[in-house]
Design a protein around this ligand. Sequence first.
Ligand code: F6R
Length: 612
Amino acid sequence: MCGIVAYLGDKQAYPILIKGLQRLEYRGYDSAGVALIDDELLLYKKQGKVADLEEYLKDKNVKGNIGIAHTRWATHGEPSDINAHPHFSRSKKLAIIHNGIIENYCTLKKELFKRGYTFQSETDTEVLIHLIEDIQINENVELLEAVRIALNQVVGAYAIVIIAKDNPNQLIVARKGSPLVIGVGEKEFFVASDATPIVEHTTNVVYLNEEEIAVLNRNGDIKLINIKNQKKTPYIEKLELNLHEIEKDGYAHFMLKEIHEQPRSIRDTMRGRINSSRNILSLGGITDYERRLINAKRIIIVACGTSWHAGLVGEYLFEDLARIPVEVEYASEFRYRNPIINEDDVVIAISQSGETADTLAAIELAKSKGATIIGICNVVGSSIARATHAGSYTHAGPEIGVASTKAFTAQVTILTMMALMISFKKGVITKSKYHQLLGEIELIPEKVEKVLKTENKIKGIAEEFINSRNFLYLGRGYNFPVALEGALKLKEISYIHAEGYPAAEMKHGPIALIDAEMPVVVVATKKGIYEKVISNIMEVKARKGKIIAVVTEGDVAVKALADYIIEIPETEELLVPLVATIPLQLLSYYIAVMRGCDVDKPRNLAKSVTVE
Ligand code: F6R
């Protein structure tokens, strides 16, 4: 939520900042702004996307070799020019950009109000910069000290960058609960919410830790302290990110590129971890915690959104293969409902971004009760990856489209490998079954490739439904989470209302909705409870609903009933989610594109939900 970029060096800052904002726009896109120092401290901001800001700045003075920039996802105050960042201090000598939420901003604001401060915006961020300047003046301290004192008064989350008109040679940055990376060049610094705006300039980075403040100086020095005023040593790491991974590579949208990347991303998730010819399956990141999983009395999976759907597949996998009871929890509910957590519970936290505030809080709660926490994250070095005891990265590569696609299949791939490995080590499946499943997992990328070849057919089906107002998605067993994920994908990018249901639940309510106007997507692959799903299809047909069925290649029975058919290659029942999800992603994508929606930046959404 919200993207921040800053630059200090010899180059003109504006082109670097604006390009950085474009790269970070997936984090929020309701308004954007920039502040630069060119003798004066110049500040410009605009409601709308980064392109609107660029257009607005076409004929403005955007010179300066120090600057900060921001793309916003509104929390406090509606999207507007005034609420956009950066924000000035009262004297207009300081400017700030901020990602996160200052939870006690009302109390701080009241105090400042009593002291005569007035506020231009409704944001918590403006309160913070007034507070900093107030401390600087009244306590007669340097800016760094004022920032440190102010951050000790703040409750909440922040990643901030501050520039000062009187010192154009310095950026002050700090973080707690919101991500921040510093790129270290030759006497120049780049600061951003993630590494994507930095990688084309330098691969040397410093990840700020919780409650750390850095002062970046034009002469190349970095001073690092924490908010308790303890000196810290900056640790420079090498970025492992390629530029082509964060570009569209000729695809119309990042989402389409990421859907097509799945054969590769699933292979990358398995790389070095699985080898069926040698009967090898190992997840290096959790080796030291394998015993905890094998002996776990219970697994609790915490996640949000699409990652929660991956968690549901995980529930089926762990119970089916490893015979360990599993509970799948929305992190936001879990953290507030006084859950029962024991020391022999293993909590698996799933998050693409590794920054989701609710998931992070759920982890901290479970940790405080003594549970073992295992992470499944995509973003290396993210807050969740660092908060867990151990974990497995998904290695799907950067996911930029706001709707999650390749991260989901990568998460399910990790869960499948984890459950299979634990079941074998626990001795609850035979060696021959283990071997056969390893071989089947390795075939998944080819099967996904085959599904992607049916893209044109799916596009044709999408065309028939662009004016639909509602959709129902049905599936049973392993295909129930697939139905939920299909419905979520459609609603978030096309704004068509869609519900996912276990197919048999339909008759307990949703069946009332079915008429000739209601498209019903049924994931009806062979095996499992296929015959029962056919009965559910009959129930829909009897009420004139339109059936779009995802079936196994060669299917006859469903084909005879459905209005539209999408075939997928046969695989083991427990691996079907990895293949059956793909056509549903494509269906949502094409419906949304044909409705004229901005699929990479759907309204009201943001990629990384760092607020509760
Ligand atoms: C849906 C989507 C969201 C995320 C959710 C959790 O397409 O992307 O539902 O899955 O916000 O995010 P992470 O996985 O980053 O914790």
